[in-house]
Write a protein that binds this ligand. Structure first.
Ligand SMILES: [Zn+2]
Length: 452
């Protein structure tokens, strides 16, 4: 039905292939989903080769670099006037997919039932292809640009971005000179029933990944002591698991909840509109965590216990055991203060806490022409749709660039039905073909408002 409807849409700017931009976007994304960039190990140079061929065909110069063998990164620049440059940033790697849980081959790029299926369809080869197609549409249009527009496809986001965007910031800082804006993943359109809404991601919870190391006397499994490294670690983790981090409302979250309050049912409507009152009630927090862990995670610091390593033999009580916990802090949380709090929660000097990774927090302003352009195009096509700044519970490569003072928005105009949002990093990841076709036109419209 949706595909049939989309046939009524008039195509724009046919490219070298003779296809409309929309047709080309769909077929190229299908092909891109077949390119193996599963991370680990990454092999993102496969994606570099894929884009290089397309850029060659368009006559657009590009550069690429491997941050490590096979870890390719590529960028291409359309030169324009002196306004601050805009980067279209996308990561080319995808997380693994276990075919036995999918209804199709995750790397087939199959089109079925109105969807394009495959790992990366949403995160974020779909967005990357939209950016690429909008980028080449600007080139094909041949009109002078008021700013440079840069298409940048990077490696390794799914493992932290240190071989991708992080590496480029570190090793090719000149690429980011004169850059004012970045469009990246992290927000976009969503459809729940008949309601369409847009979130423009302006900040993120900040990951703080920690390792807990418990030590005690080793021994034989046949003769347990009163305490062991393992028992200490279990107690520490249990304390963390049961600890209720105090809720706190940061401004971006308050605006976001106010923005979505009207769409809520019953009590939730007033609770979301008066969030700082609502969070005083522990039953509100618990209920929210039960039915919407994403929204709940925006209201407090959190820690997930994710990795455990004990003895290598069943009958050996080890001298040392470790666990890793994935903590996500509100954007204004001081990290040292958080670790101090965690020590008091663990309450055992035989358990050490080491920092594996932590990012610095940053928030992008909404007072920009790019933000207004996104809002304008969203309201043009979806009158009455809510457009709100949002905060992401996860992190993306945007933090590397926000650290440089560049305004970054997580935004892809493709409308994703809420029921398939869970396929990101999950099974049967897919994107509605009709939404994808609309998405590429809408992204191009956004760009046209800021580059001419
Ligand atoms: Zn992603």
């Amino acid at each position: 039905m949706r595909i049939a409807l989309s046939l009524l849409v008039i195509g724009i700017a046919a490219g070298a292939s003779g296809q409309s931009l929309e047709d080309e976007t769909v077929s190229r994304l299908a092909e891109y989903l077949r390119v193996d960039t599963v991370n680990p190990p990454g092999n993102e140079s496969n994606a570099v080769d894929f884009f290089a061929k397309l850029l060659d065909a368009e006559g657009i110069p590009y550069e690429s670099v491997e941050s490590a063998p096979g870890r390719g990164n590529l960028w291409a620049r359309l030169e324009g006037g002196n306004e601050p440059a805009l980067i279209l940033l996308n990561h080319t790697d995808v997380v693994p997919a276990d075919e036995s849980y999918w209804t199709t081959d995750p790397f087939s790029g199959e089109i079925r039932d109105g969807y394009l299926w495959g790992r990366g369809a949403l995160d974020m080869k779909g967005t990357g292809m939209l950016q690429f197609q909008a980028f080449i549409a600007l080139k094909r249009a041949g009109k002078p640009l008021n700013r440079d527009v840069i298409f940048m496809a990077t490696a390794d986001e799914e493992a932290g971005g240190f071989y991708g965007a992080g590496w480029l910031v570190e090793n090719r800082p000149e690429l980011f000179e004169g850059v004012g804006f970045v469009l990246n993943e992290g927000g976009g359109g969503s459809r729940s029933g008949d309601t369409v809404s847009f979130g423009i991601e302006v900040t993120q919870k900040v990951p703080l990944w920690l390792r807990l190391i418990a030590s005690d006397a080793p021994g034989h499994g046949s003769t347990p002591r009163v305490s062991s490294a393992v028992s200490r670690l279990i107690r520490a983790l249990s304390n963390i698991d049961h600890y209720e981090f105090a809720p706190r409302i940061v401004p971006a979250v308050e605006i976001y909840f106010e923005g979505i309050a009207e769409d809520q049912q019953g009590n939730r409507r007033s609770q979301f509109a008066n969030l700082s009152e609502a969070v005083k009630d522990p039953s509100f927090l618990l209920a929210l965590q039960l039915d919407n862990p994403f929204l709940h995670a925006l209201l407090r610091n959190t820690c997930s216990i994710t990795r455990l390593e004990g003895s290598s033999k069943i009958n050996v009580v080890p001298p040392e055991v470790t666990a890793e916990i994935d903590c996500r802090l509100l954007p204004d949380q001081d990290q040292d203060a958080f670790v101090t709090l965690l020590h008091s929660v663990i309450n055992d000097p035989a358990v050490r806490v080491e920092k594996i990774m932590g990012f610095t927090p940053a928030v992008s302003t909404t007072d920009t022409d790019l933000y207004r352009a996104i809002t304008t195009v969203a309201e043009r096509h979806f009158p009455g749709a809510r457009v709100v700044p949002s905060i992401s519970t996860g992190f993306t490569d945007s933090h590397f660039l926000r650290d440089l003072g560049i305004v970054c928005y997580g935004f892809d105009p493709t409308i994703i039905p809420v029921e398939i949002e869970g396929s990101v990093h999950g099974n049967d990841e897919r994107v509605p073909v009709a939404s994808l076709r609309d998405g590429v036109r809408h992204l191009l419209e956004i760009l046209e408002l800021v580059v001419y």
